[in-house]
Design a protein around this ligand. Structure first.
Ligand SMILES: NC(=O)c1ccc[n+]([C@@H]2O[C@H](COP(=O)([O-])OP(=O)(O)OC[C@H]3O[C@@H](n4cnc5c(N)ncnc54)[C@H](O)[C@@H]3O)[C@@H](O)[C@H]2O)c1
Length: 281
């Protein structure tokens, strides 16, 4: 199916990045955010991000204007009635996502495809609240979306090959790469990454220094940034919540969140966003 227009739902960090990628790829984008103030301020940040891309020589001025003109910020979900595809990037809460998809299912054309950017929820479970599980898929973008090249594409149990191929075409049009990942907790990348981050936390609990752990992994494994800097950047509450989902989902002790991490979250030391995590900011 040829996709011409896309609705992106949610104007947080991820929604904004997906809007930028979709608009630059030539899609006409309706951007729906339920909170008008967040929508307006996120639109300003979208412009700033594209201006930065022009300054860095990564985007032509004319392409920037074309992309921005292709984006319409809406505060009314009924704009979804005419779109070919919806990409959802709202708050990571199953009750909010199922309520949204149920509403969209009633509003949208029968052939409209639904994608979710969830990091941790089951694609099959979310698809199950709609009457179109064959046209429902996971598209897991990475942050920051304008920079990160990868999208994990996740089929639910009922997702058709045609839906997968259309999602893959969109990723390619965005000049990104995709991998197919299974509909199990953590999909592919987070399943591996979180075990490594957790082991880095265990090293700190065992008396090692954050600087040594990060230096070891950057210089010893050629990682662009150490695991503790990365965890502080992502947010220790988010890391804790994903580890808990992996632990509960697989019932495997290798995902058991390090007790030190839990203490830090309980103390409100969540990383960069609170000024204190494994480092002080
Ligand atoms: N932050 C990351 O690094 C990251 C990476 C990959 C995937 N994700 C996933 O992307 C999704 C969004 O993450 P985020 O960090 O951008 O979240 P965020 O909290 O920054 O933004 C979510 C936005 O959705 C809006 N919203 C909530 N319910 C809504 C509704 N019913 N209709 C319209 N708008 C609604 C909120 O007002 C908010 O602006 C989550 O599912 C998250 O798991 C996040």
């Amino acid at each position: 199916m040829e996709i011409k227009n896309i609705m992106v739902v949610g104007a947080g960090l991820m929604g904004r990045g997906i809007v930028e990628a979709a608009a630059k790829a030539g899609y006409s984008v309706f951007w729906y955010e339920k909170n008008g103030e967040i929508g307006s301020s996120s639109f300003i940040k979208l412009k700033e991000s594209m201006n930065k891309a022009v300054e860095k020589g990564k985007l032509e001025q004319s392409a920037k204007e074309k992309a921005l003109n292709a984006v319409t910020l809406v505060d009314d979900i009924t704009a979804a009635a005419d779109v070919d595809m919806v990409i959802e990037a709202i708050t990571e809460k199953i009750s909010l996502k199922t309520a949204l998809f149920t509403e969209l299912d009633a509003l949208c054309k029968e052939e409209t495809l639904f994608a979710t950017n969830t990091s941790s929820l089951s694609i099959t479970e979310l698809a199950g609240c709609t009457k179109r599980p064959d046209r429902f898929i996971g598209m897991h973008f990475f942050s920051p979306v304008p920079v990160m090249k990868l999208v994990e594409i996740i089929k639910g149990v009922e997702t058709s090959d045609q839906t997968f191929n259309t999602a893959a075409d969109i990723v390619t049009a965005m000049k990104k790469e995709y991998i197919s990942a299974p509909d199990y907790p953590g999909f592919l990348v987070n399943r591996i990454l979180l075990v490594m981050l957790n082991e880095a936390f265990n090293c700190i609990r065992d008396g090692m220094l954050p600087e040594d752990v990060d230096k070891g992994m950057t210089l010893g494994c050629n990682m662009p940034m150490g695991p503790l800097i990365l965890a502080d950047f992502v947010g220790l509450d988010v890391v804790y919540s994903v580890l808990t989902i992996l632990y509960e989902g697989y019932g495997d002790n290798k995902y058991k969140p390090c007790p030190l991490l839990k203490n830090m979250v309980d103390a409100g030391h969540l990383g960069r966003k609170t000024g204190r995590g494994f480092y002080t900011y």
